[in-house]
Design a binder for this molecule. Sequence first.
Ligand SMILES: C[S@@+](CC[C@H](N)C(=O)[O-])C[C@H]1O[C@@H](n2cnc3c(N)ncnc32)[C@H](O)[C@@H]1O
Length: 225
Amino acid sequence: MFSKVILTEDGSSSVFSSIFNASYHSMHGSIQETDHVFIDSGLKYFHNQDEISIFEMGFGTGLNMLRTYMYWETQKINVRYTGLEAYPLSTNQVNELNYLAVLEREDLKDMFSKSHSVGKYSDKNDHGYSFSFKLENTKIENYELPHREYDLIYHDGFGPSVQSFLWEEELLQRFYCSLKAQGILVSYCAKGSFKRALKNVGFMVESIPGPIGKREMTRAIKTIV
Ligand SMILES: C[S@@+](CC[C@H](N)C(=O)[O-])C[C@H]1O[C@@H](n2cnc3c(N)ncnc32)[C@H](O)[C@@H]1O
């Protein structure tokens, strides 16, 4: 087994990968980090839209998708979500994750399990808006990112000291091309070289307050129309 389920300080699970010698989330808390970086600083940025297309680099535990789904449940917005994951967790590991218990949403068990095992899920909320999810199990190096498809990219790969190529111009240029005009990329990473690389490929870069334990995080906007 190359990874094991662990517990973080807010009581929610994460995973430690022995391949990368790194944890999937901040040890200050998986749920608090996800909510701050991806939901509050990314997804809610689009509160005026009634449709959003999201790409996640590094689906992992599926927590970003779960929190996106829980936000969507109460909103008037259609969500299309593509998660990319090269090293999927085993079914036993997915069952060990405690998110549904911590969030008191055991009713989402079927959705959460299917997103991992079948890699496809779709649903309608009480307002009649749709959520459609697909999981691509391949490496980002081999994945053909569509042109001008996404409004929002959750960049949640392992950090620059672990996977430097994820934070360099070549991949960031591909992300830039896959975003629509006014699309954004959010990440917990606030490293100077990452922000410089984002600017070099054309993004306008904002350094905004980070989650507990991190002074800053990054939001990059494709400002062209
Ligand atoms: C920091 S973890 C984030 C996980 C996830 N967002 C979550 O909330 O659990 C990084 C994820 O990227 C995946 N990954 C690492 N290298 C990858 C690659 N080259 N292509 C696609 N996924 C990769 C890892 O397996 C891991 O699940």
